[in-house]
Design a protein around this ligand. Sequence first.
Ligand SMILES: Cc1cc2nc3c(=O)[nH]c(=O)nc-3n(C[C@H](O)[C@H](O)[C@H](O)COP(=O)(O)OP(=O)(O)OC[C@H]3O[C@@H](n4cnc5c(N)ncnc54)[C@H](O)[C@@H]3O)c2cc1C
Length: 411
Amino acid sequence: MTSLGLRPICRSMTQKADILIAGAGAAGLISGIALAKSGYNVIVAGPPDTRRNGRTVALFEASLRLLRALDLWPVVEPISSPLAKIRFVDATDSLFRTPNIDLDAREIGLPAFGYNIENAGMVERLAEVARKTPGLTLIEDFVSRYSLREDHIDAELRNGDTITAKLLVGADGKNSMVRKAAGLVPKEWRYPQTAITAILTHEKPHGDVSTEFHTRQGPCTLVPMRDDEQGRHRSSLVWLMSPVVADRRNEMDDDRLIADVERQVGYVYGHMKIASPRGMFPISGLKLQKLSAPRVALVADAGHYFPPIGAQGLNLGLRDVAHLVDCVKGDPGALENMRAYDDSRRGDIALRTLGVDMLNRSLLTDFTGLDILRGVGLMALATLGPLRRKVMREGVVPSGDLPRLMQALGG
Ligand SMILES: Cc1cc2nc3c(=O)[nH]c(=O)nc-3n(C[C@H](O)[C@H](O)[C@H](O)COP(=O)(O)OP(=O)(O)OC[C@H]3O[C@@H](n4cnc5c(N)ncnc54)[C@H](O)[C@@H]3O)c2cc1C
């Protein structure tokens, strides 16, 4: 109320843009920067989520090329740590346990498969760049409503302001409101797993090796991170287990939880400590027939979701972003652009969703036939050089047509 007892008049504003991106996570911010650099007038709406929850992302060569092409790698590199080797340890109780398998990036001519980066730190740095990028406006508020029209979209923010754009990009994560507004109905499923995440410090160095311990409840992975400012060695933990066990472990104090971690990983890095808040992620899957609708395109978790195994999620999401940039021409939301985008993404997404699902289920199923199959597959990987190199290359730079921003060779 004013001193005269009158209510202040709140005027809502309408802003216009070529493209509205909902969601200021990694995928939304990188999409915004890339599309603004293509010459479009872009708004990214959403508060950047920089809460620390021990979650990191390993980004592989194709994603790094995208970051380099957008001049973002120098921004992220100082908080990243190389993954020179990936080690698989069969920690199941199977009769057909395979020996440890080591994949070395030098075998495919790379110094590292990729780099591991704390998600919150990366989002914080990308948001800084977004705020300074010409042609890009970051509005740190949630979208509360969409209306989709034939030649534009309208979005209303929680503060009452509205945005009108020619194309709406849904980068608003796995519970995407854009997906619902566009009438894109996903197939969704649950796995009997929850992931606990945390950043750990430990006595012995990790040697840039990412180690996946395959247990009957899912993988327990230690991913290398940079030493902290006090010189303590660090790794991030992604540990999948049954939801009941996850709830029980989450109630433990740090000393008891870390004792369980040390036992699970066989004391590989000596004594460990928990050095961050923990995260808990129920594991589920989601897939769609189409990533687009008239005037709407979905990228990353809004369009596909699967368990955090083999570090595929955001890498796949960034391929969406790079393909979208290639497909968007002229009127950004034109139907032919949306169709081209859908066509470019179908195969890659189907392949990764299926691959991760099969690997996860093969661990969860205590069935001798599947154990033998998984064991044979892993042994083939260990012993057959050409197969191993093909699998490694496919993991870091997928075959098939690469989008323009992912074609640049390493640097
Ligand atoms: C434990 C774990 C480990 C993982 N490890 C890896 C890995 O090593 N490598 C890898 O490639 N992937 C990994 N992933 C997957 C990866 O983290 C995700 O694919 C990636 O973070 C998705 O980014 P995103 O921007 O699509 O979604 P999010 O990070 O979920 O961001 C979505 C954003 O949209 C915002 N939003 C939601 N609704 C609205 C609205 N109405 N208006 C405005 N904003 C809104 C949210 O607040 C959020 O900021 C992992 C995932 C998990 C759970």
